[in-house]
Design a protein around this ligand. Structure first.
Ligand code: FPP
Length: 235
């Protein structure tokens, strides 16, 4: 079976999962965080090398103060406790996004989990927090401009070379999964997903379990990736 090296998940539907049960939206995020832990371990067990997840977009600050605070506190709690399990599994945790307008205690928790897991070799969990895909490209372009100012020769600069200007130098996304029924990419990892296969499901993220993840892998395995070229039989 052809296992994707880099899988990305837009973890949508937490709020609706909770509302459907008469619960506060935040309970959906709490349940989603438990799902994330299970899916991250499972993905790496299945041979995926990098799992990127959309935990909080730059636009999510438009949500109520109560919801934003709940999420920030949940991230801290996850980074301090739950992710220890990922550490034991040898998973390296990295965070992608802008740090400038995050609370000091969130930044401290980010630095702590990144430091604690930095030597792990079994796989990478890339948590996108205060993240925007266009923002990542802008921030990368600024860094590249600085390098050009410092004398970098860009005569033969290729699209593959731009990956080192992303928040972390990760491989391109092979498979993008979006839960929760919406059919859009919502400013997620735009540069990295240029040739990704898309898998959309109506399942709300808290209900997205190992068998659902495996279904996405099977569908990916059946896809014919041509990267703009032709099938072998048509050449
Ligand atoms: C989108 O669902 C989900 C989020 C904005 C938050 C995702 C966060 C988690 C799953 C917790 C992860 C925890 C860590 C440590 C990274 P939504 O709220 O937009 O759902 P809706 O579309 O039903 O309203």
């Amino acid at each position: 079976m052809n296992i994707p090296k880099h899988v990305a998940i837009i973890m949508d539907g937490n709020g609706r999962w909770a509302t459907k049960r008469g619960l506060n939206r935040s309970m959906g995020h709490l349940e989603g965080s438990k799902t994330l832990e299970k899916i991250a371990v499972h993905a790496i067990d299945m041979g995926v090398k990098v799992l990127s997840v959309y935990a909080f977009s730059t636009d999510n600050f438009k949500r109520s103060e109560e919801e934003v605070n709940y999420l920030m506190n949940l991230f801290i709690k996850m980074f301090k406790t739950k992710l220890e399990k990922l550490n034991k599994k040898g998973i390296k945790v990295i965070i992608s996004g802008r740090k400038n307008n995050l609370r000091a205690d969130v930044i401290e928790a980010i630095n702590n989990i990144e430091e604690k897991t930095k030597d792990n070799k079994n796989g990478i969990l890339n948590i996108c927090l205060n993240y925007g895909g266009q923002e990542e490209i802008i921030d990368g372009a600024i860094k590249l401009a600085q390098d050009i100012n410092n004398g970098l020769d860009i005569t033969n600069f290729k699209r593959a070379d731009f990956y080192k200007y992303m928040y972390h130098e990760l491989p391109p996304i092979d498979l993008l999964i979006r839960t929760g029924g919406e059919l859009r990419v919502s400013n997620f990892m735009l540069y990295e997903m240029s040739y990704a296969e898309f898998y959309f499901t109506n399942t709300f993220f808290p209900d997205f379990d190992k068998s659902e993840f495996n279904k996405a892998l099977f569908i990916y395995d059946d896809r014919n990736r041509r990267f703009g070229g032709l099938d072998a039989e048509n050449i």
